[in-house]
Design a protein around this ligand. Structure first.
Ligand code: IMP
Length: 540
């Protein structure tokens, strides 16, 4: 137990002290600052490992503005992001749209591998080819399609302004464009689009910058700007409304040279995963995540060594998952550029129940990050994060970034449709070790080699033992609102702690300046909303 007894002069005869001496009294008469250092907090583990809910960070001194707080952080030895957010490699979380939008917001998405190597490589390619503001897979119609098709499209998707090409596809010869005005008062739904499309087009050449294209849209007063190549074929489209939203992503995660979005993807450690990884690297992959629930294995050590030998320093390797210093040491020696920390803390996870292996997440992050930081290896706190408070606690425990599954599966950018039940909107979310995910793996042509089987089952298993569940999460809208909300919440939180950056947070925690407090079960209740008959929790 931690001793909280302080030798303080509490004599009843003592008079009130001079207020101006408060700082001096604090320093001379109290043995240590209020609260606990991180070591003392962790020493309390005689009571058990700690979860994020078991403690709080004490407030510090504020002498800067919220807007002056920065969240820049390393996610691997060589890659630094402007925001410390990563999306999990899960098939209900990260595909192309999630990866692009995470990178635009300054974080990064890790593309899952519960698919064929070709499908995964194609997703990587799309992220790398993404050009901010340019729609690279626009809806395209052919001149023989009818007015009725456009009206049906408009009522389903809410927009028209559809380019017409000879093939009815992208990369066909651009012939015209059909806008709302062309179809608005047209009574005959069977009229072919060739009769009503606008052929007097304003276009821009491939390679144009967003700023130049913006200028053309402004002066031409058009809503859509088709981008064509030298042969007159449609290569992408720019939309005025998207342009306004897309122009400014000052935090976007890009490679310094190519200015392409940074892309990460997960693979396993089987022999076939080496071939898979070669395809991903060919598609432009920047960071590979070795996806194992227990990463301390000869397979992972061999895979790291092979990657470093084959791809040199061009490819960063995030190894894991680990929860102890001993597991971490093996992967650090093998050459890991970062470690993913967590076993059993994920919201869809039943590993601790089924395997009896795992560790409470705050303790796991602290133990591994404290050790790995001595070798300059960043750690990613993976799983169990559903609020900004939990995220900041993970970062205070030494993580350089956080990885989220369930919290992001609920966003519009995750794969899969929205289900509506009793007026509520839901999205599917499942653990990669759930029977559902495993069955999808079983139907794939590469069943033995992809995520669900690779991460949670070994090839000799005849009986499948699930380590995850599947279900639904409440839909929470776009990442474009959620990530800025998390970013601002973290800035406020750091300001309350009196630190201006994540580096200062870690330095303050290590030096004992940033202090902590354990929470009793009563304290946890006190910190939650109480005393209401009903209330609405709107966060942003
Ligand atoms: P969440 O953010 O709490 O939903 O946790 C996401 C993390 O859970 C992922 O990044 C994985 O590390 C982990 N995970 C994913 N699927 C499973 C599973 O089936 N069992 C155990 N852990 C899982």
């Amino acid at each position: 137990m931690i001793s909280r007894v302080q030798k303080i002069n509490t004599s009843s005869e003592s008079k009130d002290l001079d207020c101006s001496s408060a700082m001096a009294v604090l320093e001379s008469e109290y043995q240590s600052p209020d609260g606990l250092s991180v070591n003392e907090l962790m020493d309390s583990k005689v009571q058990g490992g700690l979860t994020y809910n078991d403690f709080l960070v004490l407030p510090g001194y504020i002498d800067f503005l919220v807007s002056e707080v920065t969240l820049e952080s390393k996610i691997t030895k060589k890659v630094t992001l402007k925001t410390p957010f990563m999306s999990s490699p899960m098939d209900t979380v990260t595909e192309v749209e999630m990866a692009i939008n995470m990178a635009l917001q300054g974080g990064i998405g890790v593309i899952h591998h519960n698919c064929t190597a070709e499908e995964q490589a194609e997703m990587v390619r799309k992220v790398k080819k993404f050009e901010n503001g340019f729609i690279t897979d626009p809806v395209v119609f052919s001149p023989t399609q009818k007015v009725g098709d456009v009206l049906a499209h408009k009522s389903q998707f809410g927009f028209c302004g559809i380019p017409i090409t000879d093939t009815g596809k992208l990369f066909g010869k651009l012939l015209g464009i059909v806008t709302s005005r062309d179809v608005q008062f047209h009574k005959d739904k069977t009229t072919p689009l060739s009769d009503i499309m606008t052929t007097d087009l304003v276009t821009a050449p491939q390679g144009i910058t967003l700023e130049e294209a913006n200028e053309i849209l402004r002066s031409s007063k058009k809503g859509k700007l088709p981008i064509i190549n030298a042969a007159g074929n449609l290569v992408s489209l720019l939309s005025r409304s998207d342009l306004m939203k897309n122009l400014h992503f000052p935090f976007a995660s890009k490679t310094p040279k190519s200015k392409q979005l940074i892309c990460a993807a997960a693979v396993g450690t089987r022999p076939d995963d080496r071939m898979r990884l070669e395809k991903l690297v060919e598609a432009g992959l920047d960071i590979v995540v070795l996806d194992s629930s227990q990463g301390n294995s000869v397979f992972q050590v061999d895979m790291i060594k092979w990657i470093k030998k084959t791809f040199g320093n061009g490819l960063e390797v995030i190894a894991g998952n680990v929860v102890t210093r001993e597991q971490a040491a093996n992967l650090i020696v093998a050459g890991a550029d970062a470690l993913r920390v967590g076993m059993g803390s994920g919201s869809a996870c039943i590993t601790q129940d089924v395997m009896a292996c795992g560790r409470p997440q705050a303790t796991a992050v602290y133990s591994v990050a404290h050790f790995a930081s001595r070798f300059g290896v960043p750690c990613i706190a993976d799983g169990g994060l559903s609020s900004s408070g939990q995220i900041i606690k993970a970062l205070a425990m030494g993580a350089s970034a956080v990885m989220m599954g369930g919290a992001l599966a609920a966003c519009s950018e995750s794969p899969g449709k929205i289900y509506v039940r009793d007026g509520q909107r839901f999205k599917a979310y499942r653990g990669m070790g759930s029977i559902d995910a495993m069955q999808k793996a079983g139907t794939s042509s590469e069943s033995a080699d992809n995520a669900a089987t690779g991460r949670y089952f070994s090839e000799s298993d005849k009986v499948k033992v699930a380590q995850g569940v599947s279900g639904f999460v409440t839909e929470k809208g776009s990442l474009r609102e959620y990530i800025p909300y998390l970013t601002t919440a973290l800035q406020h939180s750091l300001q309350d702690m009196g630190v201006q950056s994540l580096d200062s947070l870690r330095a303050g925690v290590n030096s004992g300046k940033v202090r902590f407090e354990l929470r009793s079960s009563g304290a946890i209740r006190e910190g939650d909303v109480h005393g209401f008959t009903s209330y609405e929790k709107r966060l942003y």
